[in-house]
Design a protein around this ligand. Structure first.
Ligand code: NAP
Length: 507
């Protein structure tokens, strides 16, 4: 049963007086549970317990941490239909998506469990002593990775399970040996509480220290207090550029600055060559209509910007794309605030000089359902107007018609950092593909050939993170097992006796 309380070091607590409710966006009504926002005292308790837990948890063996992570996955499964129903009523997303995302969340937990079963992930290096080396002897040196300390995780609005309470950030931090304090996303506080209860049960069953996990409900101030707390040592965030940047700035200005791994906005440019359009324009239009509207466009990898070089086929392709896009059934957005943000940003872009709306769903829609939009603009207008470069979070895409290859390259080179970039092309076409790849790879974290950016495979070779503002540190990924690297730091042991070395550095 959902209590509406905060989960502080394994206990459910509601000392505060500020209350809120989540929304059912499909019915456009509030859900019944009343949630209580965390107090400063409860934040202090959560962080202090995490700090105490860290002293023990960092020494818990990889095998035991793996048992803990697998137990979390089992407990999430055991939440059964209550979790699925809470997820769908708090997000407006369909049951199939809820079940799929639950599977992905459990798989992520299990893949981090498998990773830390052995110590290989630390990439330990050993340099044997050379006492007789001339002119100076060399000491025994061993380098490994150790956890940073308590991590604050901000749950994402658009992934109530896979990037929230037990999502990729939490799973990777716990795998690394870091306790976690989650600030649940206020749009799905019930889903978060259920998952928090699963983590608490798993921690109890596997004998983990009490403060290893907490989850708090709250607004902006709770997030600020958490990131400012001296015992919090790193932050994971998924959401808006405004939110991520604000937290990054707070973390940088602390007496002890800490890393913030924020995954933020992206318009995911897709370059479609004229040759590809003339050869298979209809297929590309159909595929892209599906990608633009997938999940009501509420994915960080949504293709918000299509770039091409204008010729006699371009307008037909854009008309086809618009036709296919608006033919798909409109879907509900996550929350009235996300819907109003979509309407505002879409209007903001489509009202700019030179922008033409080619297709927009114009039927009467239920509240919180989004009208998909395809618009177009010339390359020169796009270059001249930074407003056209902003993310429109929802089922929207802007097609930019460049006058020639040089203008296309200029646009690519001037783009802000992106999570993904896609090239739709024919290998023996008229454009210099290597030139496009060179320009694109400099702006993105993942480059796709003849595919769509939506659908992020969870595997070691996935890079999910790109140059700012796609993320705050493009050297790391938020998806796949390498995400663990965000929560550890290197340390060298010099001339250490075997008895004082960690088990995995002995020998
Ligand atoms: P958000 O507004 O950035 O909020 C994410 C989390 O950060 C929430 O818990 C929020 O708390 C907190 N937060 C926001 N600003 C903060 C600040 N200045 N200081 C401390 N905490 C702060 O993102 P969202 O609610 O998920 O969605 C809003 C918009 O973000 C969307 O419409 C979309 O444009 C964008 N978005 C992008 C992606 C992407 O992957 N590209 C994903 C999700 C959202 P409160 O809710 O209490 O403010």
């Amino acid at each position: 049963m959902i209590t509406g309380k905060n989960c502080i070091a394994g206990d459910f607590s509601a000392k505060g007086s500020i209350e809120f409710k989540t929304m059912d966006p499909k019915l456009n009504i509030e859900n019944p549970t009343t949630f209580v926002e965390v107090t400063k005292e409860e934040i202090e308790e959560a962080v202090s317990s995490a700090w105490d837990a860290f002293k023990a948890y960092r020494k818990v063996s990889g095998k035991q941490r793996a048992t803990f992570l697998n137990a979390i996955a089992d407990e999430i499964q055991a939440l059964d239909q209550e979790l699925i129903d809470t997820y769908t009523t708090e997000s407006g997303l369909p049951e199939g998506r809820a079940i799929g995302e639950r599977g992905r969340t459990m798989n992520q937990l299990r893949s981090f469990a498998q990773l830390v079963e052995t110590e290989d992930w630390r990439g330990n290096t050993f340099d044997a002593a050379q006492p007789d080396r001339k002119p100076l002897p060399k000491d025994d040196l061993r380098k490994t990775m150790i956890p940073l300390g308590p991590v604050a995780v901000f749950g994402a609005s658009n992934f109530p399970l896979a990037y929230s309470t037990a999502g990729g950030d939490t799973a990777s931090a716990l795998a690394a040996g870091c306790p976690v304090i989650v600030k649940s996303h206020p749009m799905h506080a019930g889903t978060s509480e259920l998952v928090a209860s699963a983590i608490v049960k798993a921690a109890e069953k596997t004998g983990m220290p009490k403060g290893v996990f907490s989850s708090i409900n709250g607004g902006v101030q709770a997030g600020v207090d958490l990131v400012s707390h001296p015992k919090v040592k790193a932050v994971g965030f998924t959401g808006s550029i405004t939110g991520g940047r604000a937290l990054f700035d707070i973390a940088s200005k602390r007496e002890e600055p800490i890393p913030v791994f924020a995954e933020m906005g992206s318009i995911n440019p897709v370059i479609i060559t004229p040759d590809a359009i003339s050869k298979r324009g209809k297929d590309i239009a159909k595929t892209y209509a599906g990608s633009i509207t997938l999940g009501t466009g509420q994915f960080c990898t949504n293709p918000g910007l299509l770039l091409t070089v204008k010729n006699e086929n371009t307008q037909d392709f854009i008309n086809e794309l618009a036709k296919e896009t608006i033919a798909l059934d409109p879907q509900c957005m996550l929350h009235p605030n996300i819907k109003s943000g979509y309407d505002k940003n879409e209007a903001d872009v489509t009202s700019q000089s030179g922008v033409q709306v080619v297709g927009k769903v114009d039927e009467e829609l239920e509240p919180n359902y989004a009208a998909s939009v395809v618009a177009t603009v010339s390359g020169s207008e796009f270059l001249a107007n930074p407003k056209l470069h902003q993310e429109v979070f929802g089922p929207f895409s802007l097609v930019v018609q460049c006058k020639d290859d040089a203008e296309l390259l200029q646009i690519i080179e001037g783009l802000e950092g992106q999570l993904t970039g896609t090239l739709i092309a024919e290998e023996n076409g008229t454009l210099d593909l290597m030139e496009l790849v060179d320009a694109l790879q400099n702006r993105v974290g993942r480059i796709i050939y003849n595919g769509v950016p939506t659908g992020v495979e969870v595997c070691p070779s996935m890079q999910h993170g790109g140059p700012y503002p796609a993320s705050t540190d493009s050297r790391f990924t938020a998806v796949g097992v390498h995400a663990i690297k965000r929560w550890v730091r290197p340390i060298s042991y010099q001339s250490f006796p075997q008895t004082l070395l960690p088990e995995y550095l002995k020998g």
